[in-house]
Design a protein around this ligand. Structure first.
Ligand code: ADP
Ligand code: MG
Length: 668
């Protein structure tokens, strides 16, 4: 019954139904689950005697002097006085009406001796006024808080009120979905739904909201869990020969953070449950080693490993890194990028399906339908913030795979809980020993020449460097052209004595060749747009020059700077900029004064707000109807915790059929 179309409600015909689709309302269920955007307070009825400037409320009294004036051909002003004992309010409305005779509103008001008007009082030229209020000729039947709904042209709030009243007749068909323990704390579902539309008072509204917000978070977290009964997760065995050899041959000492991460991953993989682990560590903290360790451990047990990264450049880089570290152990690493099935790709696809290729690195091409694995036992997702929550699940679902997620983006706790709420967290806090702080300096544009001379000097010492231009819209051909021009100017001028390469977002295959040249030190300096922002690793590069630095976001600057300082050589970052505003200056000072990614992220959050961090562009990110990720942090934590507890106790939710049904509704 709840799934009947809205036309089943009285007063909704084909035309109205079409308009309602614009509001996302197709079924009766949709109408019930479409919440008011705010409330008008009808709890108290005021007399005009109580009115004060700026007061919002429901006023009532005798209406006198009602008259209608034509302002022009089709606009009319209707005015009257609402009387109190010592004061009165001038009430007024504009209406649009052609033709002769009084308007509907005028005729209605003329007939009534007493009216009720909801609105905001304004101090006017001749005393207090109440313009364009909602008007009633009878006392509104439902006092208390009056819901205000999102509207489109042709749909009024009064219509929505009427329809929701009809829709709530079906409320008894809504079943409870929360486990009974939760109901000791939260309002029952039916009550919450009717209260959110027609709350008796603020207290009831708050309780209803709490319940529904908790439900949103709770269902979201459960929807990230695997609920199938046929979970045959791989239980990896203790470290084998290959794994031991890998660890023994590492060219450096692991940091304590890395040691801890390896222990966590080892325990997870050897447990009979699916590993779901997030390794969080600032840029340069050495997360790749953890992925390599896990990969070898999986391969050691004849499993297959998929490593997903956000861009083709990163895929190629990760591929060559893994090939270099796993190759000597006899483990083949394949690369899979793009959709076009080239010959090499077909070979890779066949190899993955038959199980002859043990490790593959790729972009999200890895989760496309034509990729099959014989026995995928480990899925690794690097630089996770670029992917949606659902994408990492899609990858591990290619098999019964353990899941390892790596991220360098420090995010506030509430966002972490939604993006990674289903994952266990390991944080790598330390950087490899011997790393020197990156020397970061703010440089006025008229001292650019010195910076480039310094850069050329470092190159002469055998080091490499980056020059970044803020060409934000990678899709824009014009800006690509600007990058080419800049490159031209630099390579003929300040950088004429060294080997320079250029990459930008409009390049195709050549981009990879240039990057490759830079890795192999056939190029000294890479001029680039932000395409190199995440994950690139060229330890020999020590100088980062960022032109027009004020045009980048703080987190972005931190990521860019993280491309240098990846060896024991002293690294430098030059921010060339002449910030015009205080905010711009403050931001650059934040970057200059700290290397701490978390601190920078917090500043960024303050300056930009949470929406930007989640990024509306990213697919698969959760958005909630009622819940606010910052405001409702406490409920979010409670819901995440409760969801986890429940899954531990009853992993398939078989004992909670109504809950299971709602969770399934959340899953795409
Ligand atoms: P990220 O965490 O940013 O992904 P990487 O895994 O790319 O960092 O590591 C950054 C650089 O540090 C690489 O060149 C890597 O070989 C090196 N590295 C990693 N761990 C250590 C360590 N314990 N000691 C010294 N160098 C390390
Ligand atoms: Mg990395």
């Amino acid at each position: 019954m709840l799934d009947q179309p809205v036309t089943a409600l009285p007063g909704i015909g084909k035309e109205k139904a079409k308009l309602l689709v614009k509001l996302g309302l197709k079924s009766i269920r949709d109408v019930i689950f479409s919440y008011p955007r705010s409330y008008h307070n009808y709890c108290q009825i005021f007399s005009p005697d109580q009115a004060e400037n700026d007061q919002e409320g429901l006023f009532s009294g005798p209406l006198v002097n009602i008259q209608e004036k034509s302002l022009n051909k089709n606009r009319r002003l209707i005015q009257g006085r609402l009387l109190g004992i010592t004061k009165s309010l001038t009430v007024s409305w504009f209406t649009v009406m052609r033709g002769r005779g009084g308007s509907y509103l005028y005729r209605q008001l003329k007939k009534s001796s007493h009216v009720w008007v909801y609105g905001t009082v304004k101090e006017g030229l001749y005393g207090l006024e109440l313009p364009n209020g909602d008007w009633y000729t009878k006392q509104p039947s439902r006092l208390g808080l009056q819901p205000v709904y999102p509207l489109v042209a042709g749909i009024t709030n009064a219509m929505r009120l009427r329809w929701i009243e009809f829709a709530l007749d079906y409320i008894n068909q809504i079943y409870e979905c929360l486990p009974s323990v939760q109901l000791q704390t939260y309002m029952a579902r039916e009550d919450a739904l009717s209260s959110i539309h027609f709350p008796k008072n603020q207290e009831q509204l708050d309780k209803a909201k709490q319940r529904l917000i908790f439900e949103e978070f709770f269902l979201f977290h459960l929807s990230l869990s695997k609920l199938e009964t046929d979970q045959q997760f791989i239980q990896h065995q203790a470290d084998g020969q290959l794994t031991k050899k890998y660890l023994a041959n590492l060219p450096f000492e692991l940091t304590p953070g890395q040691e801890k991460a390896i222990v966590d991953v080892r325990e997870d993989m050897e447990a009979p449950l699916q590993m779901r682990r997030l390794i969080h560590g600032d840029v340069g903290s050495g997360k790749t080693v953890i992925a390599e360790y896990a990969a070898i451990k999986a391969v050691n047990l004849k499993g297959q490993v998929a490593v997903m990264v956000p861009t083709e450049i990163l895929a190629r880089q990760m591929h060559s890194r893994l090939a270099a570290s796993l190759g000597p152990l006899g483990v083949e690493v394949a690369l899979l990028i793009g959709k076009s099935p080239t010959k090499a790709q077909r070979h890779t696809l066949t190899g993955l399906a038959s199980g002859t290729i043990p490790v593959v690195v790729g972009t999200h091409a890895l989760i496309s339908h034509n990729v099959e694995f014989k026995r995928l036992t480990l899925a690794v997702v690097d630089e996770q913030h670029r992917f949606g929550v659902r994408q990492r699940i899609a990858l591990s679902d290619k098999g019964h795979a353990d899941l390892l997620v790596m991220s360098a983006t420090p995010i506030p706790r509430s966002l972490a809980l939604t993006l990674y709420g289903d994952l266990n967290n390991t944080v790598i806090r330390d950087l490899p020993a011997g790393r020197k702080l990156i020397d970061t300096r703010l440089i006025h544009p008229n001292r650019r020449g010195e910076v480039y001379r310094f850069l050329v000097n470092r190159v002469k010492q055998g080091e490499q460097g980056f020059v970044i231009f803020p060409l934000v819209e990678e899709s824009d051909k014009l800006e690509a052209k600007a990058a080419i021009q800049e490159m031209d100017i630099l390579s003929k001028g300040l950088l004429s004595s060294v080997r320079v390469g250029l990459v930008h977002g409009q390049m195709g295959k050549e981009k990879e060749e240039v990057m490759e040249g830079f890795y192999q030190q056939k190029l000294d300096i890479l001029i680039s747009t932000t395409v190199i922002e995440v994950g690139m690793n060229v330890p020999n590069a020590t100088v980062m020059v960022i032109e027009d630095a004020h045009r980048f976001g703080l987190a972005q600057l931190h990521q860019l700077r993280g491309r240098v300082g990846r060896s024991s050589n002293q690294a430098y970052c030059f921010l060339i900029s002449e910030p015009k505003t205080d905010i711009a200056r403050d931001r650059l000072h934040v970057i200059r004064s700290t290397n701490d990614g978390l601190k920078i992220a917090e500043e960024d959050l303050k300056l930009r707000g949470p929406g930007d961090l989640l990024g509306t562009r990213q697919s698969g990110q959760p958005w909630f109807k009622l819940a606010d990720l910052i405001e409702d942090q406490e409920l979010l934590e409670k819901a995440a915790y409760a969801a986890r507890q429940l899954i531990l106790e009853n992993p398939t939710l078989s004992e909670y059929p109504t809950l299971l049904k709602e969770v399934k509704r959340q899953q795409p």
